[in-house]
Design a protein around this ligand. Structure first.
Ligand code: ADP
Ligand code: MG
Length: 571
């Protein structure tokens, strides 16, 4: 009997869109979802039948069923924030787990085998709590995390395979839906080091959409927030579509239905660039900061890589070209590069023979330590100092230990407060947990404690403390932090989540089409609205007859009609 081959997938779990890829014999390969798309919108929502829809259908239903739909939950990863979906509130780990479940099912359908292990990308700045939350999301989805990979590292890995053992300095500019990240990475003999990272957590492609929605509203004589919620959402959806059109065309126009009347709006790329210039300007500072933090000059960078859907916009490309006086690399689609890099890491983990000569090591992106007190006089202590255990940019995995003694000889316990950050004072760093270590024994016993930090390849920390006297090891527990779920709570939620059904994969196409027709119905007026209304009724009739051939044929015809409407710019 031969051992079953181990299949690992690579996942880009994005704020706006998620992707899954696998390392095949001829390199990393993206896996399409049930609609044939490589990008699955990171949106989930309840469908009419009570099953959960993931991706495109859910995104389209944001317009028609906002109370039943959730999106952009990645920004709440590692916080206790919950989003209400129907009657139930979900945490970001849970909502993300639905996206992961759908991607896992797509991979299984594509590969023809079960998949239970993945490499998942996370932003380089994700702290320990956000990383652990991502691992919990995967566990909820029935996936074991082989490793978390930093998004810019994944991008550099996708591009850097050509370089292999060489030495290279990469600048990765990632403009996604809601975040802007700049990273400088150095690859030397297979070690990938994050030299600097900077960014803006409130800057992304969606800000360009908002600016355009405001401009369209101005043309229509309305303010996006001065209209009904439905009209506002439709205006924004229109702006989103026109923004994408302007990436290819010099002008875009469309009809917007307002109070039963079709109103024409038109925008040129020139005007779009003018109104979004203040947003574009905000991209400069993080780029400059990353370069100066890495003590480099623009000329020292070997490769400039653009990542994220919003870097497609001509104005963004021009800005990057102007800043570096050369064209950034585009050979890999900016939407795909992180997922492809995650798949390369998956190939490395599965010891794929095509990657025999590639070594890839990551470093920890931040310093980890604990709070200490410094003696400032006889019996006088100053608290709140940060004592590092593992320094930033140490190659992972790494394990370090130190002996710590209590301040007072009769202390009955030591409370270790575990922090992450670069400041010498804990108040400026992030507390990621506490560790309470009881000190037993008599006055003559050694009351010192051996404290050990182990940082794995995913950038996840384990802390253990062992009193030298008792030799009884205590492990880090995350106490009183709403961002972390305790183990028993994870088990409980795992059971509840397993009971939630995801819409069957082979019916996702139908659900997505219905969602799309309903969104179109909302937008249209007159004859066209009526014809979409008829199409919805007809398609529901076809579905009720349950003949797959008939359903497929109807879907094909309706998609064509909707496509024509969209091309006519009637939305
Ligand atoms: P995330 O990493 O946040 O999931 P993505 O990398 O998928 O995000 O980027 C999503 C953003 O890119 C959205 O704001 C989307 O509107 C924008 N975008 C995607 N394609 C284009 C395009 N062709 N032109 C302009 N913007 C685009
Ligand atoms: Mg992204």
């Amino acid at each position: 009997m031969t051992a079953p081959s181990r299949t690992l997938i690579g996942i880009d779990l994005g704020t706006t869109n998620s992707l899954v890829a696998v390392f095949a014999d001829d390199g990393p390969k993206l896996i399409p979802n049930s609609l044939g798309d490589m990008l699955t919108p990171s949106a989930v929502g309840y469908g009419d039948d009570g099953a959960l829809l993931v991706g495109r259908a859910a995104k389209d239903r944001l317009l028609t069923h906002p109370q039943q739909t959730a999106a952009r939950f990645k920004r709440y990863m590692g916080t206790g924030h919950e989003m209400v979906l129907g009657k139930k509130a979900f945490r970001a780990e849970e909502l993300s787990s639905f996206v992961l479940r759908a991607l896992k099912a797509d991979a299984e359908a594509f590969l023809g085998q079960t998949v239970d292990e993945a490499v998942i990308s996370v932003p380089a700045y994700f702290n320990d709590i956000q990383r652990k939350a991502t691992i919990t999301a995967a566990e909820f989805a029935g996936l074991k995390v082989n490793r978390l990979i930093n998004e810019p590292t994944a991008a550099a890995l996708a591009y850097g395979l050509q370089d292999r053992q060489g030495e290279s300095t990469f600048l990765v500019v990632d403009l996604g839906g809601g975040t802007f990240d700049v990273s400088i990475l150095e690859m030397f003999s297979g070690v990938m080091e994050v030299r600097a990272s900077a960014g803006d957590a409130f800057l992304g492609g969606e800000d360009f959409t908002d600016a355009l929605a405001t401009e369209l509203g101005r043309q229509l004589g309305i303010k996006p927030d001065g209209v009904s919620r439905e009209d506002g959402a439709r205006l924004r959806a229109l702006a989103d579509r026109m923004k994408v059109q302007l990436t290819e065309a010099a002008e875009a126009s469309a009809d917007f239905s307002l109070k039963g009347e079709a109103r024409r709006v038109t925008i040129t790329r020139e005007k779009f660039d003018e109104i979004t210039d203040p947003i574009l300007k905000r991209l400069r500072l993080p780029i400059q900061r990353a370069i100066s933090d890495a003590s480099l000059r623009a000329d020292d960078l070997h490769r400039i890589i653009t990542v994220g859907g919003a870097t497609r916009m001509p104005s963004v490309r021009q800005l990057v070209t102007r800043l570096f006086k050369r064209f950034p690399e585009y050979s890999i689609d900016p939407d795909h590069v992180v997922a492809l890099g995650a798949a390369v890491q998956a190939g490395l983990a599965a010891r794929h023979k095509a990657l025999d000569d590639v070594v890839m090591t990551d470093v920890c992106p931040f310093t980890l330590g604990f709070e200490t007190s410094i003696q400032v006089g006889e019996g006088k202590y100053e608290h709140g100092h940060f004592s590092p255990m593992i320094e930033r940019n140490t190659v992972v995995p790494v394990s370090k230990s130190d002996i710590v003694s209590p301040l007072h000889p009769n202390q009955s316990e030591i409370l270790f407060r575990i922090f992450q950050g670069e400041s010498p004072f804990v108040k400026d760093n992030i507390q990621i947990g506490t560790l309470r270590v009881p000190l037993k024994g008599g006055a003559k016993d050694d009351r010192s404690v051996d404290i050990r930090y182990t940082y794995d390849t995913s950038g996840v920390l384990e802390v253990e403390a062992t009193p030298l006297a008792s030799k009884k090891t205590e492990r880090l527990v995350i106490e009183g932090n709403p961002g972390s779920l305790p183990r028993d709570e994870i088990e409980k939620r795992l059971k509840a989540l397993a009971a939630i059904k995801i819409h069957p994969r082979d019916q996702q196409e139908n659900a997505a089409l219905i969602a799309r027709m309903r969104a179109a119905y909302e937008n249209l007026l007159g004859d066209k609205r009526q014809s979409v209304g008829r199409l919805i009724a007809e398609f529901e009739g076809v579905m009720a007859r349950q003949d797959p051939r008939e359903i497929n044929e109807a879907r094909r015809q309706i998609e064509q009609i909707l496509g024509n409407f969209e091309r006519d710019d009637v939305f």
